[in-house]
Design a protein around this ligand. Structure first.
Ligand code: ADP
Ligand code: MG
Ligand code: MG
Ligand code: MG
Length: 402
């Protein structure tokens, strides 16, 4: 049949796929489809039945990245995404879309339509606030990161999982784009001209910083601590006033747990710098910045609190239960998170993949100021990571640069 060999679908193919390959819609359904993907890698189709109003999402992995035709990424990433969505749904119920179907030939998966939510980056660019976000995201991270570590999992079962989520192509993207290219004058970087001189003097010529980035890169590649989401920025998070849903786990693999925590914090900081540099109304700006900084504080502090209590409740490894190990393990994760905040703050300014919070600032002077702030904070979060313990430390590292 039509779907027995892989091809990249267009909107009418996806509607036909929904009608003929899935038993989700009734006989008389009247299906229409729109491609709504805005990511860097994949195609996302929303299929709606005009009769019932029922809708689904079909996400298909294409053979090359949308962001750059010279990035080839195995379509096996759709298997990883499908399996991880199912696993995270079990580990963190209510915080992940419902998963319906995976097709290993078409490299597509079918999931719950979250169109009643909004992508958090978009909402933050509109300077909206989500008071329950810190609570939700800290639960998601504790459940997915601690419960997949050797503290809790049977060690052999965990090694089997490590094997099935090796994910070499997507790890290579992170190794290159996050840990390597932003720290030298790499041709693939995408640098705003007014920022170039500062990047060179402040980062590329700082040998102590470069040494830390090398250590961190090898830590990322060689520390199979927890099953990471791997791409946990504000574009992978759907929100409403009272709900948070995490999507797009195709970068998942076993790595250092602080990687996810650091990504969440970095993208709150991008929103903070955006508010600082574009909001003209002073009271609204200060209120937005205050909420974002209190979210930074709460994400870290709630993560710590929930992590320690879940550790007490779920730890199975005998050595892990030796008094003091829980704090040792957690403190290391928080320091790793700090380093990743810094790496992410740098790589989204200088590297190939930008964030709209900063690259979308229209006024050139304001954008140059925003970029310099991110690079300054970024370096501090990397270099000062050994002193980073609680939410207040993260807040202070931001405020010191303002
Ligand atoms: P990519 O891997 O290409 O970044 P994403 O999974 O992030 O793809 O999806 C890209 C966009 O598609 C999202 O920003 C969102 O607008 C839309 N989208 C993805 N999944 C869903 C969903 N379950 N419900 C509604 N919209 C979705
Ligand atoms: Mg995405
Ligand atoms: Mg993307
Ligand atoms: Mg993605």
């Amino acid at each position: 049949g039509k779907y027995s060999e892989y091809f990249t679908m267009n909107e009418s193919d996806a509607a036909d796929y929904a009608a003929t390959q899935l038993d989700m819609f009734s006989e008389g359904a009247s299906l229409s489809c729109k491609e709504i993907g805005d990511g860097n890698l994949n195609y996302v189709f929303r299929v709606v039945d005009a009769h019932s109003g029922q809708s689904i999402i079909i996400k298909q992995a294409g053979p090359v990245a949308r962001i750059s035709a010279d990035i080839f990424v195995s379509t096996d990433r759709n298997r990883i995404e499908s399996q991880i969505l199912k696993l995270q749904y079990e580990l963190a119920p209510g915080l992940v879309p419902q998963f319906y179907h995976y097709d290993p030939v078409m490299n597509c998966c079918v999931m719950e339509d979250l169109s009643d939510h909004v992508i958090m980056r978009k909402a933050l660019l509109e300077h909206r606030q989500f008071p329950l976000f810190s609570d939700h995201i800290s639960t998601f991270m504790v459940n997915t990161l601690l419960l997949t570590s050797d503290v809790v999992m049977d060690h052999k079962a965990k090694k089997d999982l490590v094997k099935s989520f090796i994910n070499p192509d997507l790890c290579e993207i992170s190794e290159d784009l996050v840990y390597t290219e932003p720290f030298y004058d790499c041709p693939r970087n995408d640098i705003f001209e007014p920022t170039r001189e500062f990047a060179k003097a402040f980062l590329w010529e700082d040998e102590a910083l470069l040494l830390e980035t090398a250590k961190l890169k090898f830590e990322f590649m060689n520390h199979a601590q927890s099953l990471l989401h791997g791409d946990l920025h504000s574009g992978s998070i759907f929100v409403t006033e009272d709900s948070t849903k995490i999507i797009d786990p195709e970068f998942a693999f076993f790595g250092p747990a602080g990687y996810d925590v650091g990504n969440v914090i970095a993208h709150l900081i991008f929103a903070y710098v955006n508010a600082e540099c574009v909001m003209e109304d002073a009271p609204a700006r200060e209120a937005q910045k205050a909420w974002l900084l209190s979210s930074v504080r709460e994400v870290i502090d709630l993560f710590r609190e929930k992590f320690l209590s879940a550790f007490r409740e779920h730890a199975t490894d005998r050595s892990a239960k030796i008094p003091g190990f829980d704090l040792y393990f957690l403190d290391q994760i928080i320091q790793d998170a700090s380093a990743v905040v810094g790496l992410e703050l740098v790589r989204r300014i200088l590297g190939l993949a930008h964030v709209k919070d900063i690259a979308g600032i229209e006024d050139d002077m304001a954008r140059a100021r925003a970029e310099k702030l991110c690079l300054q904070m970024g370096k501090a979060f990397i270099m000062d990571r050994s002193g980073m313990k609680d939410g207040e430390d993260f807040v202070r590292a931001v405020e010191e640069h303002m």
